[in-house]
Design a protein around this ligand. Structure first.
Ligand code: MN
Length: 257
């Protein structure tokens, strides 16, 4: 039997399950808030064009608008200044074979429940590898924090000194991007960086180091608690926006039961 016939049969029988890692795109979903001197990310908006009425008697449709970085979304290398000259660094230029591939999940949910500023460190990555094996080259690495279960103001978790949410340290990102040569890094929070990521050197190390190395980002992911540590396949194709820096998208995982 061919590999794909085998796969479709296992999907039909439920031996291979599809897990949706995507939040619903609606106007209430929080977007990142930058200090007021900077341009801001737009929330999702939807206006009705017609709804089986005089504006279009047999059809219903909407016009929509949003930022490239609204909702569950993809970050391309050109999103960051460190990646501005990376070849094929815009969403429309990323090779299609980078949009489907292996994924591993590092579970940081316990630590993140206790500490809003929980850090993913090289020590945690190495402990994960001692249990699950070395992170494969060209794999997506997702940081599970269960942050996607938060609602309302708790999601951005804004305080007087800015947002507080978990994320990776600069050394963790160097290990993943430079030594493990991963494909990309994804989180459940509003960005790939910690809420307080501006205070690291370099600031926003996930963005700076990942994109500088031509790697990809995913954020606002959900349901990471339904993924195994290893062995799943991630399907994450952004919209093909010319010179786009990112895109909302539907993120799916194939998981063997
Ligand atoms: Mn983004």
């Amino acid at each position: 039997m061919s590999t794909l016939t085998d796969l479709t049969q296992r999907m039909a029988s439920g031996e291979v399950e599809i897990v949706d890692l995507t939040h619903t795109l609606d106007p209430d979903f929080p977007v990142i808030i930058l200090p007021p001197e900077f341009g801001q990310c737009a929330r999702f908006r939807m206006e009705e064009v017609s709804a089986y009425d005089h504006r279009g008697p047999a059809w219903k449709w909407h016009n929509i608008s949003m930022s490239e970085h609204t909702g569950t979304h993809f970050d391309a290398p050109v999103h960051w200044i460190s990646g501005r000259d990376v070849p094929n660094g815009a969403v429309d230029e990323i090779p299609a074979e980078k949009l489907v591939g292996p994924v591993v999940v590092i579970d940081c949910s316990e630590g993140s429940a206790q500490d809003d500023d929980f850090e993913l460190t090289p020590e945690i990555i190495e402990a994960w590898e001692a249990e699950h094996g070395r992170i494969p080259e060209d794999a997506w690495v997702l940081m599970r924090t269960d942050w996607s279960k938060r609602r309302g103001a708790d999601y951005l978790n804004m305080r007087e000194d800015g947002p507080h949410s978990p994320g990776p340290t600069p050394d963790a990102m160097r290990l993943l991007a430079e030594e493990r040569n991963i494909r990309g890094f994804g989180t459940e929070t509003v960005g790939t960086d910690a809420g307080q990521g501006a205070h690291y050197t370099p600031p926003y190390p996930a963005h700076f180091i990942l994109h500088g190395a031509g790697k990809l980002g995913l954020q606002c992911l959900a349901n990471l608690d339904q993924l195994p540590a290893t062995g799943a396949i991630l399907i994450a194709p952004p919209l093909k926006i010319r010179n786009g820096t990112g895109s909302p998208l539907r993120v799916l995982a194939l998981v063997e039961k």
